[in-house]
Write a protein that binds this ligand. Structure first.
Ligand code: PMP
Length: 380
């Protein structure tokens, strides 16, 4: 062997060919990427100031304004996953020492509370059991009590399968001089939301759910009211990368948005209302099939069932991990267990964007029936 100056040799694993298998991604995300969107991702790289890039960024902005139903000028895509948008929303709007109110009806509220805590906010929470949601009265009481500058609410709580009502909450927040922040990572495009009409001040989503793009681009929008607070801060946000004053100039400067522009184009062609109806119809068809099999839905209140992510009460007598493992091994389908407060209590099935079809529902019902027949069942 000849002498080399390198103490770390080229890794063997990178010198082998690597193939990625096709799988049905019917978990709470990521969802499958249809060929039209993956092809868009293979387009040539552009420079961040090229005319075409600027044009694509304008298209993305228009697409997000449509998907969010907002006229906000401050509408952009953060380069990062949904978590980056969460931090972008919280870090820009809240200063150390300020009071925030977080609705915790699943893991996303828990995480938002932790993020706010890390920047020194006074974090107040209202907590409800997994599978339920808040009334506007409960929210108003907490707003009056804690006088927060920001109220965080998860629209589609993917850990519990709850679709939270939004109507009237924006008005309440504004009555108490509070910004209304909504996480719609798991619901946007699959369930109705009207940013401007519903008085939402900050709204964000992710790319890998209903939008069917790879993760890494998070659409976000800020109202005039939110911008006013952000641009009159006394201190700079702790994050440089997520500082809105920079982002407003720099967002999307890495070529990735080409993928999300295709997602937004598909949503615009389909029509938001058609997309909402599709997710609702397919979810109802799925829920009927589950009940016919004798399985129970975790969210009791029918109208609060998230159409994008369904939570099924973990079948009694079974080990949920054996069921998800069996379905992956024998049906090439990913479904998942619970998360955070729903861990061990549920199975979660996501049907988002192109995955939201009755044919896919039939596949899943068949896979579930097969798993229940073959997995070990203890006497209960
Ligand atoms: N919020 C909700 C409601 C989500 O479902 C998710 C993703 N499961 C996120 C935030 C975080 O998104 P990401 O995984 O892209 O960081």
């Amino acid at each position: 062997t000849s002498m080399s100056s390198l103490s770390v040799p080229p890794p063997q694993c990178l010198l082998q060919p690597f193939t990625v298998p096709h799988r049905y991604l019917f978990g709470p995300g990521p969802s499958n990427v249809p060929p039209r969107i993956s092809t868009a991702g293979a387009q040539p790289m552009l420079g961040h100031l090229h005319a075409e890039t600027i044009e694509i960024m304008d298209h993305i902005k228009s697409g997000i304004q449509y998907a969010f139903q907002t006229q906000n000028r401050m509408t952009l895509a953060v380069s990062g996953p949904g978590h980056a948008a969460m931090e972008c929303a919280i870090f820009n709007t809240v200063e150390s020492g300020e009071s925030v109110l977080i609705a915790v009806h699943g893991i996303w509220g828990e995480r938002a509370a932790e993020m706010a805590e890390r920047i020194g906010a006074k974090v107040n929470t209202i907590v409800t059991s997994a599978g339920s949601y808040y009334t506007n009265d409960e929210i108003e009481q907490a707003l009056a009590k804690y006088k927060p500058v920001l109220f965080f609410l998860t629209h589609g709580e993917s850990s519990t399968g709850v679709l939270h009502p939004i109507d009237g909450i924006g008005e309440l927040c504004h009555k108490y001089d509070c910004l209304f922040l909504v996480d719609s990572v798991a619901a946007l495009g699959g369930a109705p939301i009207y940013m401007d009409k519903q008085g939402i001040d900050i709204l964000y989503t992710g790319s890998q759910k209903v939008l069917n793009a790879p993760p890494g681009t998070a659409p976000i929008s800020f109202s005039e009211r939110a911008c006013h607070k952000i641009f009159n801060r006394k201190t700079k946000p702790v994050s440089y990368f997520l500082d809105l004053s920079w982002l407003a100039n720099y967002w999307g400067c890495d070529g990735k948005p080409v993928v999300i522009v295709e997602s937004l184009a598909i949503l615009a062609e389909t029509g938001l209302e058609n997309s909402w109806k599709q997710h609702k119809d397919v979810a109802e068809y799925f829920h009927m099939g589950l009940e016919k099999m004798g399985l129970k839905l975790f969210v009791q209140d029918k109208k609060a069932r998230l159409p994008t992510v369904t939570t099924i009460v973990a079948p009694p007598g079974y080990e949920w991990r054996e069921i998800t493992g069996y379905i992956m091994k024998n049906h090439n389908i990913e479904i998942s267990g619970g998360l955070g407060p729903s861990l061990g209590m549920v199975l979660r099935v996501g049907l988002m964007g192109c995955n939201s079809t009755k044919a896919h529902v039939d596949m899943i019902l068949q896979a579930l029936a097969d798993a229940l027949k073959h997995c070990h069942k203890s006497k209960v």
